[in-house]
Design a protein around this ligand. Structure first.
Ligand SMILES: C[S@@+](CC[C@H](N)C(=O)[O-])C[C@H]1O[C@@H](n2cnc3c(N)ncnc32)[C@H](O)[C@@H]1O
Length: 225
């Protein structure tokens, strides 16, 4: 049986998942759960979908892959259809960061110890959420696509997240502490584009002023490594 193809962002998400039991929240086409099980990265997966159309699509995909024993497709909002402690990790991908944050906030004690998140916009709020809720950043990637897609792996851990040590905070939250340390070309492209966009509109007291300061700090840090 042929495996469902994944675009670059979902391919990066796949690479960051290895667990006995996993949940994919907002699964839609269920391509990720099918690949996770087929490649032996997880032995069991719960695929959660809120809306009836994508839910039916997910059920068809799983049945066609003959994986109904290993992938349980459930309808519901975020982590609501899961039991506390049922999965070791979860992915929430292909949505805005604000929507993802809402799903994580509503999850309460059902949140697993590992999360792989892929927002379609700035991950600033997800990094801020992770710091406040006791998750450390273990991996960050930037993928080309319709937008520049960030992918984050978070793990529950005690104390301050060492990823942020010695970095300018605003720049690290906006651009990613691990990405700043690594300095990939796509990040530099993003930072330079932000500086070009923000410079004409930045003025004291405006949001663009702080954003520009963070972008300049990020550039200085990456270039000075
Ligand atoms: C744009 S699709 C992304 C699909 C897939 N995760 C990906 O990255 O390609 C977002 C999916 O999440 C579902 N969704 C949105 N909010 C949700 C929620 N609170 N709980 C479960 N599913 C949700 C939508 O119905 C939609 O199918």
């Amino acid at each position: 049986m042929t495996l469902p193809t994944l675009d670059a962002r979902l391919g990066a998400v796949l690479d960051l998942i290895r667990a006995d039991t996993h949940a994919d929240i907002g699964t839609d086409h269920a391509r990720l759960p099918v690949r996770l099980v087929r490649e032996g990265r997880v032995s069991r997966c719960v695929a959660v979908e809120l809306n009836p159309g994508p839910l039916a699509l997910a059920r068809r995909m799983v049945a066609r892959a003959r994986l109904s024993e290993q992938i349980d497709v459930r309808q519901g909002d975020g982590f609501a259809p899961l039991l506390a402690g049922e999965v070791q990790s979860a992915s929430v991908t292909g949505m805005g960061a604000y929507t993802i944050c809402g799903i994580l906030e509503r999850a309460g004690e059902k949140l697993p110890p590992a999360l792989v998140l892929q927002p379609n916009d700035s991950p600033l709020w997800l990094r801020t959420w992770a710091r406040a809720r006791g998750y450390h950043l273990r991996s960050e990637r930037l993928l080309p696509g319709h937008w520049t897609y960030p992918v984050l792996r978070l793990e529950r851990a005690e104390g301050e997240d060492p990823a942020y040590a010695a970095l300018p905070e605003a720049a690290a939250l906006r651009y990613g502490p691990l990405l700043l340390r690594e300095g990939p070309p796509l990040l530099l492209e993003r930072v330079r584009a932000d500086i070009a966009r923000l410079t004409p509109v930045a003025a004291p007291g405006r949001e663009a002023w702080d954003e520009l300061a963070a972008a300049r700090e990020a550039l200085a840090w990456v270039e000075g490594r």
